[in-house]
Design a protein around this ligand. Structure first.
Ligand code: SF4
Ligand code: SF4
Ligand code: SF4
Ligand code: FES
Length: 956
């Protein structure tokens, strides 16, 4: 159902899309003069002049269709009554939107609609927010001369198969908005109008139930529907809202702006903000619908403490729990030294919270033992882009793709991982841009409705750098590089060194074919296509970073972009698609053990001096422990205390058994989270976390865009995450005081040059800001490196391909690679507690028919997956999306134990785990693995400890 987000006018719908033209034309509508860009519809021109022409099938986000005939106008000198939505404005036109003849026609149109519409307005869930109802009032409908007894659709059955919305065909006015939204906004083409004339109705797929069709539940059709035909189930259950709050999605790195519709503190609906700078009114199934976890009964709402992980939990007050944690930490430091404790920052939390946790560690703990989950996803991006360009971030806006001529996707699956960006990319591809996919697996984008990749370079996992070198070899050896750009913008000596290296015959596609498994002619074709494009852009994801050569590959991508001159303007660039909502922000704000906020190394005395003065401490000048180093130090007995805010290392980090054993060595683990996650089962203090609906703050998305998160309801546990961190700092003896997260942002701005111009007031005014935002760029920086690289000259670096140590053998003949799917999110703690689980109730192992047949495996069999690190058991799915020799799974369910199999191998520069390459054997089995059986037992014990807590006996 279409939504009006309140009375502020921010959602005014102009009826047809905005047009851009240097040619302006003037026309007159109802005697009002209006000037519009050429190509603008009469309907939009009228709206710009403040005149609302009645409409039902038109919508600003969709190309006009001209079917409802409600928007007719009269134009001097023209016969008949043209539809204003499909008629372009012309210079000198004189348009009349309200005449007695038009009123008569419009009432006639409405009569026809209403004669075939249930008259249940008072009990209809759309009552008060229905465009049909509004239009009936608008045109002054007073009678329906045809009666209601004629041939109609009132007895058609509802489709309630989708967990989030219903389809009631009896209310459909066949305006086609949903069909166009699915095609033009989402790019899925799941809907059609079935039947002809009076019989026509919307159909999902081939007259299937929505749940069985290709629909990906993005909700775009529901948002476009002017009636209650497509309707959110929460609105049906809870009724219309009385207020709305604009906030930011807490799932992926796209950072969609969302409007929470509320009744008091209860959310009744969430829909994408049409003014959202990252998403422009679109969202995916997670942000749009999967927010119910925020009030799930599993939420931790009371602090808990215990001495040992074999003890039941004891309920405590916040004061007791904080005092308990601080006493333990201080005792550990007294016994084992200042560096024996540390903290983990979460990429799910806000910038302000992330900043505060690293401040807690550096100022209150007195060391640099702070790390973040970006360690296990995009730390190579930080290293590689910083080394080559000088800034650890993507170079573009998401909108930039609309100017791209060729799009290269490397190790990224946008339709599943970053769906709204996926839809934006698909739109550009439908308009004719070229597509190169570099991925071991056939991701959706290779072949989907109206989209076919020009090249799918289906390489062997672990051979990215070989592939990038082969592409670069073609570009250099065939003289396809951009000499002018390189001469002007890059260090010429370094380019020459790289050129000599890349021209070596061993980097040619023919030589690399043996390694990558991709025919040389395909590599040559792809390289030529990319290099010849006026604007070529590269998107990449964890399929690039989570390798032993993750950082090398990021550098290789930067080399490719510089060599082809694809940096520093719209339509080009290097775009790392960050996994979690605030990976960018956590990295920006000092969550790594070697960097202070703003990517300043801890060894930099000048940078330290700034923080020493502001925080009143003397910071250590040596980097602290990274997450894997924390585990090793735990085994060595030198790391004994951990504060972990919003991160689940026991599920998300590789080699689970190793992680579990390390966590058992730690004397005090404080977990602050929404749920009893896997790490919390090894904890001694549980602090209830606050969901994104319960906090104020900001997230920074993958295009460096800082957006506001706004509080909709008070925290279920009583305190926001930032308040808990503050209490712990104070209990540790380091005074910390803020009244509101905006004050934390003010401190960030004061101490971080790239954030200097950021404030809540400016964010409220502008909607969002892309950093750097400072005196040089007071409104932010949409495109980076326009006149020069941040580091000065672009830095070409040699990227020698080095094969991973993780080799296939007779014992482990297959390669396991991992990824994610649309409906679930990372460790699944949130999405598993929503109806999204209907689409992915368990992780499964995909394998090629050849590998399956060799092992006698068919769909649905239990299969054991063994690696050097461990074994787990999943159900099998035979799929030609895999290449022979490569198997694939996701990691959204803890029982799956995907990370029981992954190894300790990691990126040479950053320790980012090599999740994407694990040598395994797959065999048919009959029962879960030993680890899974132990996991079940441990989980059962820990859940019992939580469900039957004792009252605290400690003194506060
Ligand atoms: S929910 Fe999205 S994918 Fe499904 S039919 Fe509607 S627009 Fe298409
Ligand atoms: S379902 Fe809604 S949007 Fe789609 S054709 Fe029917 S009334 Fe229009
Ligand atoms: S999960 Fe990502 S794409 Fe989906 S609504 Fe949230 S931010 Fe947007
Ligand atoms: S709004 Fe123009 S024909 Fe429907």
């Amino acid at each position: 159902m279409a939504h009006q987000c309140g009375n502020c006018g921010c959602d005014k719908d102009f009826g047809t899309p905005e047009k851009f033209s240097d040619t302006l034309i003037e026309l007159e509508i109802d005697r009002i003069k209006v000037t519009v860009p050429q190509g603008t519809s009469v309907m939009r021109a009228a709206a710009m002049a403040g005149i609302e022409i009645p409409k039902l099938c038109a919508m600003e986000s969709l190309e006009p269709f001209g079917s409802c005939r409600l928007c007719l106008v009269e134009i001097d000198g023209r016969r008949g009554h043209p539809a204003s939505c499909t008629t372009p404005a012309e210079a000198g036109m004189k348009v009349h939107t309200e005449t007695s003849q038009l009123a008569k026609i419009r009432r006639g149109v409405m009569e026809l609609y209403i004669s075939d519409h249930p008259l249940d307005c008072l009990i209809c869930p759309a009552n008060g927010n229905c465009e049909l109802q509004t239009m009936a009032g608008r045109v002054g409908l007073r009678e329906v001369r045809y009666g209601y007894e004629g041939h109609n659709h009132l007895s058609l059955q509802k489709d309630e198969s989708n967990p989030y919305f219903t389809y009631d065909p009896s209310k459909c006015i066949v305006c086609n908005r949903c069909v166009r939204a699915c095609e033009q906004v989402q790019g899925t083409f799941a809907l059609t109008i079935d039947g002809r004339g009076f019989e026509s109705r919307v159909s999902a797929g081939q007259n299937e139930a929505f749940l069985d069709s290709d629909c990906v539940s993005c909700g775009a059709c529901v948002l476009s529907c002017p009636t209650a035909t497509l309707m959110e189930k929460t609105l049906i259950e809870r009724g219309q809202s009385d207020d709305h709050i604009v906030t930011t999605c807490a799932y992926c790195g796209v950072g969609c702006s969302l409007v929470a519709e509320v009744k008091g503190t209860q959310v009744v609906n969430m829909f994408p903000n049409k003014n959202g700078d990252a998403n422009h009114g679109h969202a995916c199934v997670k942000g749009r619908f999967a927010w119910g976890y925020a009030t799930h009964p599993d939420r931790l709402t009371k602090p808990m403490i215990r001495e040992k992980i074999t003890d039941p939990w004891q309920e405590a007050t916040w004061e007791q729990a904080i005092e308990f944690a601080a006493t333990k930490f201080k005792a550990i430091q007294a016994k084992y030294g200042q560096n024996s404790i540390g903290g983990l920052v979460s990429s799910r939390c806000t910038n302000e919270e992330d900043y505060l946790v690293q401040k807690l560690v550096r100022a209150a703990f007195g060391n640099n033992n702070v790390d973040t989950c970006a360690r296990v996803c995009h730390s190579p991006t930080g290293y590689g882009l910083s080394a080559t360009f000088g800034t650890s971030a993507g170079t573009q806006t998401f909108d930039s793709v609309q100017d791209a001529d060729v799009i290269m996707l490397i190790g990224v699956n946008p339709t599943d991982g970053h769906p709204v960006v996926g839809s934006q990319i698909k739109r550009r591809l439908r308009e004719g841009a070229g597509l190169i996919v570099v991925d071991p697996r056939e991701i959706n984008m290779v072949n989907s409705a109206h989209i076919h990749a020009d090249y799918h370079l289906k390489l062997r996992p672990g051979t990215n750098v070989a592939m990038a070198n082969a592409l670069a070899h073609v570009i250099v050896s065939e003289g396809l590089y951009d000499e002018n750009f390189i001469n002007e913008r890059c260090d010429p000596k370094e380019f020459q060194t790289w050129k000599n290296f890349i021209l070596e015959p061993r980097n040619s596609p023919e030589e690399m074919q043996e390694i990558t498994g991709v025919p040389a002619d395909q590599v040559r074709g792809a390289a030529r296509l990319f290099a010849a494009a006026p604007n070529g852009t590269i998107y990449y994801g964890l399929g690039v970073t989570e390798h032993s050569q993750g950082s090398t590959m990021v550098i290789a991508i930067a080399n490719l972009a510089m060599a082809t001159g694809n940096i520093g303007r719209t339509g080009v660039g290097v775009n790392p698609l960050r996994g979690q909502n605030n990976v960018q922000g956590s990295c920006d704000l000092g969550a790594f053990p070697h960097e202070l906020p703003g990517y300043r190394h801890v060894s930099n005395a000048d940078a330290r001096a700034v923080f020493d003065a502001a925080w009143g401490v003397t910071l250590q000048n040596e980097p602290g422990l990274r997450i894997p180093n924390m585990f090793e130090a735990a085994f060595e007995g030198t790391f004994k205390g951990l504060y972990c805010q919003g991160e689940d290392i026991a599920q998300s980090d590789p080699n689970t058994q190793h992680v579990e054993a390390a966590l058992r060595q730690v004397e005090c683990i404080v977990v602050q989270d929404l749920f009893l996650n896997e790490t919390a089962k090894f904890a001694h203090v549980l602090l209830p976390g606050a969901s994104f609906l319960e906090k104020d703050g900001t997230f920074t998305n993958a295009e460096r865009r800082i957006s506001r998160v706004r509080k909709v309801a008070p925290p279920l546990g009583g305190y926001g995450d930032w308040e808990a961190t503050m209490m712990l700092a104070n209990a540790m003896g380091y005074p910390m005081h803020y009244d509101h997260p905006s004050q934390i942002m003010d401190e960030i701005a004061e101490l971080t040059p790239t954030f200097k111009g950021v404030s809540y007031a400016k964010l409220d005014e502008m909607g969002s800001i892309q950093w750097p935002c400072n005196d040089d760029a007071p409104e932010g920086t949409p495109t980076m490196h326009i006149d020069g690289f941040v580091r000065g000259k672009g830095h070409f670096m040699n990227t020698e391909y080095v094969a991973t140590d993780e080799k296939v053998t007779r014992r482990f003949p297959l390669i396991l690679t991992t990824g994610r799917i649309l409906s679930q999110y990372n460790v699944g703690a949130q999405t598993r507690r929503t109806k999204n689980s209907i689409w992915h109730p368990e992780d499964i192992l995909e394998l090629h028919p050849h590998d399956a047949e060799e092992r006698g495996i068919v769909d649905g069999d239990w299969v054991g997956i063994q690696s050097r690190a461990g074994e787990t058991v999943l159900h099998a799915k035979v799929s030609t999306r895999m290449q022979p020799g490569v198997v694939y799974t996701t990691f959204h369910h803890p029982f799956s134990g995907a990370n029981v199999i992954t190894t300790d191998n990691s990126d040479w520069a950053t320790n980012c785990p090599e999740y994407k390459v694990t040598a395994v054997q797959v065999v048919k089995v009959a029962q879960p693995s030993e680890w899974q059986q132990r996991f079940q037992q441990f989980r059962g014990d820990q859940e019992t400890f939580l469900k039957k807590p004792k009252k605290a006996t400690v003194d506060s």
